[in-house]
Design a protein around this ligand. Sequence first.
Ligand code: COI
Length: 359
Amino acid sequence: MKYEISITKTTEPKAKPADESKLGFGKVFTDHMFLMEYNTEKGWHDARIVPFDYLPIHPASTVLHYGAEIFEGMKAYRTQNGDISLFRPMENIRRLNNSADRLCLPKIDEEGCLDILKTIVALEKDWVPHEEGTSLYIRPFMFGNDPHLGVHAVHNATFVVICSPVGAYYPEGLAPTKIAIESEDVRAVRGGTGYAKCGGNYAASLRAGQKAEDRGYTQVLWLDGVERKYIEEVGSMNVMFKINGTIVTPALTGSVLPGITRKSCVEMLRSWGYPVEERLLSVDELIAAAADGTLEEAWGTGTAAVVSPIGHLSYDNKEYTVSDDKIGSLTQKLYDALTGIQWGKVEDTYHWCEFVCKG
Ligand code: COI
């Protein structure tokens, strides 16, 4: 089911970023945004693309008090043959609806949501950057918008899509990151919202992230919230380790985000013949492997982070270098294969790319 989308174009288009090598992440926004409202009587309605602007919001709005918010992160790419395409957008749409289910927010029709994403990306196609390593980051998000303070499931909600031309997420680019294993704060517990992509998970992560940054680390690696024993994920990405030839990544136990880049990497690795174990991985096992040299490579996966090498781990006041603090050969192979498909440099044998429009 498609939503009827009205389009009001800006009369004051902004200048596009002059130097695409300095885009960074999420600092520049395109000319337009998508908005749509929900209430229990009308369902989703008033789908519209309007000039990018601030949102008016009631001071009692559910999102401001009780954190009723979910989001997605996805990218549009300018491929080598000049097409603009999305990467596995249905995976994001399904995850958005799973997050909505967990946070008691309304679901969106899958085909209708794909049409929304394609419509805004096609309208903003000139904002999709050209340089290698860049893309148009798309941030769909939804929040509860009931104008009263009672704590109840949401009856009014707003769905928004904003777009931002981006380069690398980390200032390090593809240089290895330094990750601190966090043993005090936890991000999520099973039965909580860890598997949902909701703002609250990230709010809970900020203190530990800041502490790690102050000590010179890029991000934290979370342990499970019950035993503080099992590896879960990094601040903005899932995590994978090559231990003695086998790739190990934390199982999706309910407190780990089911990443789409994670899923794509697992599928590629298996198709290349690597053994991949999705299982509980204790921090003791990881640290023992780091200490005896069997931890061959470590990397994070995420839409924003893509495939990001980890060159350094810190745990319990001890420091461990991984892969000589260089990008490992398998990490590089994964990065090249994934971005090769996304940028249309290699054949998309998995059928992951979704055509949006000619660039
Ligand atoms: C993404 O990879 O798209 C994310 O949502 C991570 C982030 C919070 C920047």
